[in-house]
Write a protein that binds this ligand. Sequence first.
Ligand code: ARG
Length: 462
Amino acid sequence: MEGSGHALWGGRFEDGLSPEMETLNRSLDVDWRLRRHDVRGSRAWARGLARAGLLSSEEAAEIDRGLVEVLRDLEAAGDPSRFTDEDIHTLVERLLTERIGAVGGRLHTGRSRNDQVSTDFKLWGRAAIDLLRGNLSSLIATMADRAREASGVVMPGYTHMQQAQPVTAGHWLLSRAWPLVRDMEHLGAVRVECDVLPLGSGAVAGCPFDIDRDALADDLGFSRVSENSMDGVADRDWAVRLLFGAAMTGVHLSQLAEDLVLFSSSEFGYVRLGDAFTTGSSLMPQKRNPDVAELTRGKSGRLVGNLTGALTMLKGLPTGYNRDLQEDKEAVFDSVDTLAVVLPAIRGAVAGMTIDPRRMGEALRAEVHATDLADYLVRRGVPFREAHHVVGELVRAAEGADKGLGGLTLDEMTAVHPAFAEDVFGVFDPVASVESRGVRGGTSGAALQTQLEALATALERA
Ligand code: ARG
């Protein structure tokens, strides 16, 4: 262990921290992963100080060189367990001063860890958002490919988990893809929000020296600078919106996962997950468990929990920076890590699953055409409400005769309403049913083509 007692703020204290407090205080194990961003921010800050005349160009160059070496040392160390420093900012500054001597002590001029950590976190956040958007985009593209293949496969569409109307398997898959497109759009908006530089806010009141914050923003690739230093150090809204995006994505994935669990069961058999994404049982030789879907569904819980935790941490915080804010990072790191594991796995499962058109077709009950039957009457001039009632009577009659709706004869139908004719039996064709819904957003093959094009465009813009 090295570095104990190297706090940056020791000047006015007589005694060191108690071990209990050190443990509570320490965030290095969490913010270790900000090291590259911390060094990057510090190098930009040194250039800013030099531009403002607070560092000579020699001093700035020395600090810059020192920071590069510090980063190399940190990478060589591999993990934070050797260091007892409070956080990554303290550690970097200590190592810098050890390397280049007293000039290292000039780096923190006009800066606070409050604006520093906000900046580091956002630098990390931009890359994390890009990563998640990339993962989402591949999953959506895979779902679109599978939907295109399954554009002619008819299956029951469900409401209340009861067979409702025939749809295509492609339409079902895309119904699970659009929510993910919205998640990508949301993350795009979070990216914009994250693109505001807090550095230069100081601890709370702003930097007292003539730092060019726009130049600093340029240097670090931010499009804007924060307009209020008090807000600049306390704002974690982007992080919460990222957590919301992750939680919403998790909920969407849990719904897709639930479909896969259900549809891959022997009772449904609509899909079969590939060997690479299912597990066996240590006891029951016949098992083929959809663990990929169950883990995806299960992990949505922690994504929601991270969001709830962060909102609760922020609620009621008084003005300015408060140390509670240190709790922000663990939740965000965890949500991003979780999705970075889940998204590629579920993408692989969707890419490798087999869709079984036969099982889907066999599952269709004739009753799934009840609405088509009512629509048939509507096309013959019967008001829909009356048609609905008539078909209801037919369903009851069929049940009474212990047969399906498809088993009724024309006589049995005309007995209930005279508008039925010989062509009524065409209504019981699932393909015809699906094809009749050619409205934009409907389940026909042509509408699915339009939908796929719209999805590709939305994906490009998201
Ligand atoms: N380690 C802190 C964080 O992760 C930053 C430290 C700011 N501390 C302070 N007492 N002002 O947010």
